[in-house]
Ligand binder design. Sequence first.
Ligand code: 5GP
Ligand code: MN
Length: 337
Amino acid sequence: MTLSGPAAEQWAAAVAAVRCTGADDEVQLICHVNPDGDALGSMLGFGLGLRRLGYTRVRASFPGEFAVPGPYAGLPGSALLAPETEAYAAPRLVVVFDVASESRLGGLAGRLAAAPVSVVLDHHASNTGFGTVRLVDPRAAATSVVADELLARLGVPLDAEIAECLYVALATDTGSFKFDMTTVTVHELAARLIATGIRPGEISRRIFDSRPFGAMKLTGEVLGRAVLEPAAAGGRGMVWTYATLADLERHGQPPYVLDALIDPVRSVAEADVAVVVKQVAAGEWSVSLRSKGAVDVSGVAMSQGGGGHRLAAGFTAYGEAADVVDTVRRILDEHLS
Ligand code: 5GP
Ligand code: MN
């Protein structure tokens, strides 16, 4: 697969889509279910940019339960957030953020067909190619890199509020500027964002280094039951654990606290592949996959109807947690044999 950014015509079409929208027309922004820092940060940063341009009716939504993960609850632009049930029914313009496939739009997927134009901003190589205008750049470390460029092309200057949103998105998807995708472009964008006066230390503490005591105890318990399988993944090793709704309830924690669990799990030196199986309902699991480089886990995720990036991917699975891990182990063997 060749990695190239959006074509000049797509950028021009995206700018035209915004400019052809009247200041009082309805604009619906949408990011993926269970939004993370990049989904929310790029969506709210862009939404604030539209407000700066004078658009009066901008709503920002995501499918499913209207729960913003604690670390992102106070982001600038949060006043634009509206639950799925209050999303505009037939907006003039839809803009989609960080969504690799329409399944990640849940009940809001139909809004794309209901609008004359839908602009998709994304950075997943696995993006399935939906929407009428596609700004998909698999080389971008975060969707916020694409959002920043579109804002610039629209003539919106960065201010501290927009910058905080885009910075949170960038810091989240680069794992605090640690992942391979942390390019010169990433640091140049970070520099421009910080130049607006935002406080990186304070932001990082809030989104990465602050959690309730119950979340810490829950993390300890779930990590304590992790299993290392050195022979799995063609001898490259796999480490896995799982967390149930009962675990969350026992510690009084909301589901999003489980999203951070993959980081300590993937740090295990003896395994290339890390797997965290998180219960979302009876018999339904959200699976997070990571590789240190030897395995393309997006292939595993896509074979199960999910998606993601080469080294970070996920999918939804059904049944028992042990069966989900069996499935991952089997597909890894098939892919690597
Ligand atoms: P995470 O493990 O942090 O939830 O997700 C890692 C990556 O995989 C993200 O880029 C995310 O968009 C993608 N991903 C996670 N779950 C799914 C899924 O169910 N479907 C698709 N298409 N992508 C997913
Ligand atoms: Mn992203």
